[in-house]
Design a protein around this ligand. Sequence first.
Ligand SMILES: *[C@@H]1O[C@H](CO)[C@@H](O)[C@H](O)[C@H]1NC(C)=O
Ligand SMILES: *[C@@H]1O[C@H](CO)[C@@H](O)[C@H](O)[C@H]1NC(C)=O
Ligand SMILES: *[C@@H]1O[C@H](CO)[C@@H](O)[C@H](O)[C@H]1NC(C)=O
Ligand SMILES: *[C@@H]1O[C@H](CO)[C@@H](O)[C@H](O)[C@H]1NC(C)=O
Ligand SMILES: *[C@@H]1O[C@H](CO)[C@@H](O)[C@H](O)[C@H]1NC(C)=O
Length: 950
Amino acid sequence: MALPILFPLVCSVILLILSGSTANEEAEALLEWKSSLQNQNTSPLLPSWAVSDPVNATASMCNWSGISCNNAGRVVSINLTGTGLIGTLDEFSFSLFPLLSYLNLSMNQLFGAIPPRISSLSELKYLDLSTNRLNGSIPEEIGNLKSLVHLRLTKNQLSGSLPPSIVNLTGLNFLNLRDNRLSGFIPEEIGLLRSLHTLGLSKNQFSGSIPPSIGNLSNLEFLYLRDNRFSSSIPEEIGNLKSLSCLRLGKNQLSGSVPHSIGNLSNLEFLYLHKNQLSGFISQEIRNLVKLIKLLLYENHFIGNFPHYTCQGGSLEYLSVRDNHFEGQILKNLRNCTSLVRVRLERNQFTGNISEEFGIHPNLKFLDLSNNKFYGPISSNFVKCPQLGTLKIAGNGIDGIIFPEIGNSTQLHELDLSSNHLVGEIPLELGKLSSLYRLMLNGNKLSGSVPLELGSLDQLEYLDLSGNRFSKLVPENLGHWLKLHYLNLSNNEFSQGIPVQLGKLVQLSELDLSRNLFCGEIPSQIGKLESLEKLNISHNHLSGLLPGQFEEMHGLSSLDISYNEFSGPIPDNKAFRNASLEALQGNKALCSDHVSGLLQPCKALTSGKQRKEWTIFFLVVFPVAGSVALSMVAIRILVRYRKRKRDSKKQQRSANTGGLLAFEGKIRYEEIISATQDFDDKYCIGHGGYGSVYKAKLPSSEDIVAVKKLHSLHPDEMGTQKDFFNEIRALTEIRHRNIVKFYGFCAHTRCSFLIYEYLERGSLDTILSNETTAAEFDWNKRVNAIKGVAHALSYLHHNCSPPIVHRDISSKNVLLDLEYEAHVSDFGVAKLLNLDSSNFTQLAGTYGYIAPELAYTMKVTEKCDVYSFGVLALGVFKGTHPKDFLSSFLTSSPNTNIIKLDDMLDPRLPSPSPDIQDKLISMMELAFSCLDVNPESRPTMKHVSQLSCK
Ligand SMILES: *[C@@H]1O[C@H](CO)[C@@H](O)[C@H](O)[C@H]1NC(C)=O
Ligand SMILES: *[C@@H]1O[C@H](CO)[C@@H](O)[C@H](O)[C@H]1NC(C)=O
Ligand SMILES: *[C@@H]1O[C@H](CO)[C@@H](O)[C@H](O)[C@H]1NC(C)=O
Ligand SMILES: *[C@@H]1O[C@H](CO)[C@@H](O)[C@H](O)[C@H]1NC(C)=O
Ligand SMILES: *[C@@H]1O[C@H](CO)[C@@H](O)[C@H](O)[C@H]1NC(C)=O
C-alpha cells in the first residue's frame, strides 16, 4: 500500500540525479516554495503544480498555472496574482531563475520581508508584490535589479525609508509604493529616474520637502504624493513636468503659495492640493490648465478672488474649494461652465446675487454654496440643472420665497436652505420632489402650515423645520414619512396636540418638538417609536401623566421633558433613570419610586398631601486667604432641594415662568451673613443643643433656609478635614421625606453654621408648648408625625451605610412642615462635630431622652435612638414630656404596670374616636417596648416603622 505514495518521491529523486538541468532545478525550486506555503493544498491554483510526467519534468512545469516558459523550457514569467497564497518568500530560490522577467505575486496573503536575494533576478523587468502583508524595509539590494521597468509594492506594511539604491533603477518607468508605512525623505537623486511616467508614494509617512529635482522627470505623467507629511512649499520646478496629467499632493503639510509655474502644466487633468497649509492667491495662470477635469483645493488658507475663466477649456467637472478664505463672485466666473458635475464652495467668503449670477449647468449633480455671503432670491436657474441631486445654500443671505419651480428639480434628494432669510410658506410643489431624503429649512422665517403635499415625500429620512414660524402640522403627513429617522420641529409655533400618527415613525431615532406650544397629553403611540434614542419635548404645554409605554422604549438614551405641565410618576426607563434634573425640572408634580434623590417618592403624591417641586443649588464656601485651619475649607456640594408648593408667592412665580422654580446659584458665606443681618436676633427662630437657629431668605433666590449657627468650634472638634468633609457629603446625600434636608456646612474663622431646609411649623416642642397650636395638632396628625419619625430613624439606621445613629432624638429636633409631616433634624451632627471627644459630650443627647444605659456605658448604639423615640412618642400623645410616667415605669416591676390610657393622653384634645383610640393604643404599646431597660430587648426602628404602619 505504501508504494503509490512513495513512487513520485522516488521518481523525482531519480530525475534530479539523471538530468541535473537548470529547468529541473526551477521546477524543484517552485515545488519547494509551494511546500513552504501554509495553504499549499487548498490554494485553488497550486494543485497543477506537480510532476505529472516523471520523464520530462520541464514539460509539465511549463504547463503549471501561472508559469510561462521560453522556448528552451525555462521559466520567464510567474503570474500568481490573486491566487490566495499564504506564506513567505523565504523559501523562494530566486537565484535559480536567471531568465525570469515577470514576477507578479500581487493580491495574496504573503507576509514577512522581501528577501534581499530577490536581487539575483537580473533579468526581471516587472515586479508586482502589491496587496499582500509584506513588512520590513525594502532591501537595499533592490537597486541591483538593473532591468526593472515596473515596480509595484503598493498596499503592504513596508516600513523604513526608501533605499538609496533605488535611484540606480534608471530604467524604471513605473514606481508605485502607495499605502505602506514608509518614511524619511525622498532623495534629491530621484531626479535620475528620467524614464518614470508614474511615481506613486501616496499614503505613507514620507516627510521633508518635495525635491526640486522632481522637475527633471520630464516623462512623468502621474505624480502621486498625497497623504504623507511633506512640508515646505511646492517646488517651482514642478512646472517643468510638461507631460503631467495627474498631480496629487493633497493631505500633506505643504505651505506657501502655489507656484505660478503650475500654469505650464498644460496637460494637467487632475490637480489635488486639498488639505494642506497652502495660502496666498491662486495665480491667474491656472486658467491655462484647459484640460482640467478635477480641481481640489479644499481645506487650505487660500485668499482672494477665484481666478476667472477657470473653466476655459470646458472640461472642468469637479471643483472643490471649500474651507478656504476665497472671496468675490465665483458664480459669475463659472457661469458658462456647462461641464460642471460637482461643485463645493462652502465655508468661504464668496458673494454675489445668486439669482443673477448662477449659470446654466446641465450636468450639475451636487452644489454646495453653504456658509458664504450669497444673497438674493433663489433663482429658478437651479431648475435648469435637471440632474441636480444635492443643493445646499445654508447659512447665506438668501431671501424671498422658496420658488415653486423647485418642484421641477425631480432629481433632488438633498435640499438644505437652512439659516437664511426665506419667508412665506413652503410651496406645495415641494411635494413633487419624490426622491428627497434630506430636507432642511430650519432657521428661516417660514410660516403657515407644513403642507399636506409634503406627505408625498415618502423617502424622507431627515427633516429639520426648526427655528421658523410654522404653526400647523398636517398630522397625516407623519404617517407617510415612514423612513424618517430625524425630525426636528423645535422653535416654532405649533400649537396642537402631538399627533398620534407620530407612532408610525418607527425608524425615528431623534425627535425634537421642544419650544413650541404643543399641548395635551403625550399619545401612548409614542411607545411605537422603538428606534428612538433622543427625545426633546421641553418647553411646551404638555400635561397629564407620562405614558407607561415609555418603559418599552429601550433605545431611548437622551431625554428632555422639562418645562411642561407633567405630573405623576416618571416611567421606569433607562433614559428617565439617567435623566438630569435639568431634563425634568419645571413640571407640575413628577415623582418617582425608582429614581432616588432627584424626585420625591410617588407615595407622597398619591396621598395627596404634599405637592413639591424640585430645584437645585450649589453651596460653595471659598477659603478665606490667609486665615487659619478652620477656614481652609471649600465645599462644593450639589444638593437637591424641595420647595413648598403652597408658598403662594412661589406658585405665582412658577406660573410666570412656565413652572420654573430652579434657581441655580451659590450660597456663600456673605449671602448668609447678609440674609440674617449678621445673625441678628430678629431672625432667630430657636435655640438648639449646638447653637441658635436663624431663618434666612437668600437674596439671590428668595428661598428660605434654616441656618444653625454653631457655638464657636475649635478645629479639633471637626476631626480630620478629610473625614469631616466625607461626613458632610454623606449627610447632604441623605434623602428621605421625613428627614430635614441638610444642604451643607460653612466653616469660617468667625463662625460656622449648618444650613438646612426651613420647615414652617417649627419643632414638636414649640407646637406642643403652645395651647393653640397644640389644639390644632389633632390625634391623626400626632399619629402620623410619630410614624414619620419612625420611618426617618429606620432609614438612618438601616438604609444608610454606615448606619447613622442620631444620638439626640427629642421634641426639639423633630420639625413639622405645613402638612404636619414630621422631619427629623440634626441627625449625625453629634458625630460630625466629634462631640464625644470634646467638651460637648454633655450635649450629645437631651436630658430626659437619653437611654438609661448611657449613664454607665458610653457605647452609643441605634438602641439609644430607639429609647429616645419611645420617650418622644409618649410625649407627643401626652402633650408634655412623660417624666413622671418614666420614673414610675422604670422603677416598678413588670406586673404592676397598669396604665390608664386617659393619663397618657393630652387633655387639651377631645377624647379620640374608637378607631383612633385603637391606633393610639397600639402605638403606645410599641413606644413602651422601646423603653425597655435592656437595650437588646428594644425593637429595631425598622420593626417599629413597619408595625406603626399596620
Ligand atoms: C521535454 O518537453 C519539452 C517541451 O514539451 C520538449 O521541448 C523537450 O524536448 C522534452 N524533453 C525530453 C527529454 O523529452
Ligand atoms: C496575470 O494573471 C492575471 C489573472 O490570471 C491576468 O489577468 C493577467 O493578465 C496576467 N498578467 C500577465 C502579464 O500575463
Ligand atoms: C549605483 O550603482 C553603482 C554601480 O553599480 C554603485 O557604485 C552605486 O553605489 C550605486 N548607488 C547606490 C546609491 O546604491
Ligand atoms: C459666457 O458666455 C457668453 C456668451 O457666450 C459670453 O458673452 C460671456 O462673456 C461668457 N462669460 C464668461 C464669464 O465666460
Ligand atoms: C416647472 O413646473 C411648472 C409647473 O409646476 C411648469 O409650469 C414650468 O414650465 C416648469 N418650468 C421649467 C423650467 O421646467
